[in-house]
Design a protein. Structure first.
Length: 370
């Protein structure tokens, strides 16, 4: 081996312990939410026009007729006594989310959903629709062409085909923000950080990481879901700057021992902290098969009687012989999964085994059924 190559390998081996394994922690911004920094839901009622005969039938949708007449009256057209029979208009509900710190003049996406008996919103245009918040105030106005990722087609014989849902769509950047929600985050001296998955250990680790970074007791755990953050007097910036400093800190979140089971699909998810006491498991299948085979009963040539069909039943029972499988307790999750796989059972049988282990008190985990 050349001398230069040996020297390079020695340097790599010398610095390898210092490098260490890659960090598996989670950033605080990924496991926390800040009190007051959230979306606000908006809702509105409007009309979609320009449909190709796939809109509401005005006879079956009186609210569409009333909305259309009211809109035309505001534009100077009187249709109160007219016989409206258009099918190019549909009444819709418009929904959207107003992000935090949204500025007046910005735009947000909105969803449009048919309210009446419209067959499709494809090709329609939403007229100006005020979007209201929970307080009844208008925060945005939506308008624009509706994008529908679906279609429907039919023939004269009555056959039809539909792909996805043609009665709902979206308008990207279709709402213009008219009112802001005031929230002075920078001027706060104290706020609360909420854990998305409440846990005492995780909350304590969050507070410890913040205090170690700042060098003062700025974070205090109040409950498993909340960490109170105080802006230290020694910190030169405001609360927004403090959040920007600590949101990139990493910790290892703790999690409760939990098993999530979806019996419909057979999906099983085991948490890392799931432990099983030492047990022996035997699993076997019992199969009962019933066969019905009809037979013909034919009378003698010169005897009285009629030809009849007589059922014949054959019942068979088969039971697999299963040996006891030893499953050691207190092992890591990888060994536990390997032991369960060694039983050679299907996911549905695995669900039954996990429930039986829980009933026997041999599993230290919570089972959650979806």
């Amino acid at each position: 081996m050349p001398r230069l190559t040996r020297l390079f390998l020695c340097i790599i081996l010398a610095i390898a312990p210092a490098i260490g394994p890659a960090s598996a922690g989670s950033r605080l911004k990924d496991i926390l939410s800040v009190e007051g920094v959230r979306d606000n839901q908006l809702l509105g009622y409007g009309l979609v026009v320009g449909l190709n005969g796939s809109g509401d039938s005005l006879r079956n949708s009186p609210f569409t007729r009333q909305s259309l007449e009211a809109m035309l009256e505001r534009l100077g057209v009187n249709t109160r006594e007219a016989n409206l029979n258009t099918q190019n208009v549909a009444a819709v509900m418009v929904t959207g989310n107003l992000p935090p710190f949204s500025a007046s003049g910005g735009r947000i996406d909105v969803s449009v959903s048919a309210l009446g008996d419209a067959a499709s919103l494809e090709g329609g245009v939403l007229l100006a629709t005020p979007l209201l918040g929970a307080d009844g105030e208008v925060y945005a106005v939506a308008q624009g062409s509706v994008a529908v990722g679906a279609f429907t087609a039919g023939g004269a014989s009555g056959s039809s085909v539909t792909r996805n849902i043609p009665t709902s769509g979206r308008i990207p950047s279709g709402a213009l923000i008219e009112r802001e929600l005031p929230f002075n985050l920078a001027g706060l001296q104290e706020l609360r950080l909420s854990l998305r998955n409440p846990d005492f250990t995780t909350a304590r680790r969050v507070a410890g990481a913040i205090n170690a970074f700042i060098g003062a007791d700025a974070a205090l755990v109040t409950d498993p879901a909340t960490v109170r953050l105080l802006r230290p007097a020694s910190f030169s910036g405001d609360m927004a700057a403090l959040l920007a400093e600590i949101e990139l800190l990493e910790i290892e979140p703790d999690q409760a021992a939990r098993i999530v089971i979806n019996e419909t699909t057979g999906v099983i998810v085991l948490g890392d902290n799931v432990r099983v006491s030492t047990v022996a498991i035997a699993q076997g299948n019992l199969t009962i098969q019933v066969r019905e085979q009809p037979a013909v009963s034919q009378p003698n040539a010169f005897g009285a009687g009629q030809t009849a069909i007589v059922p014949q039943t054959d019942i068979g029972v088969a039971e697999d012989i299963a040996d006891l499988a030893y499953l050691p307790g207190g092992v890591p999750l990888s060994d536990l999964v390997a032991g369960l796989n060694a039983l050679g059972v299907s996911p549905r049988d695995m669900i039954s085994i996990l429930q039986a282990l829980k009933a026997a008190g041999a599993m230290q985990a919570e089972i959650e059924l979806m």
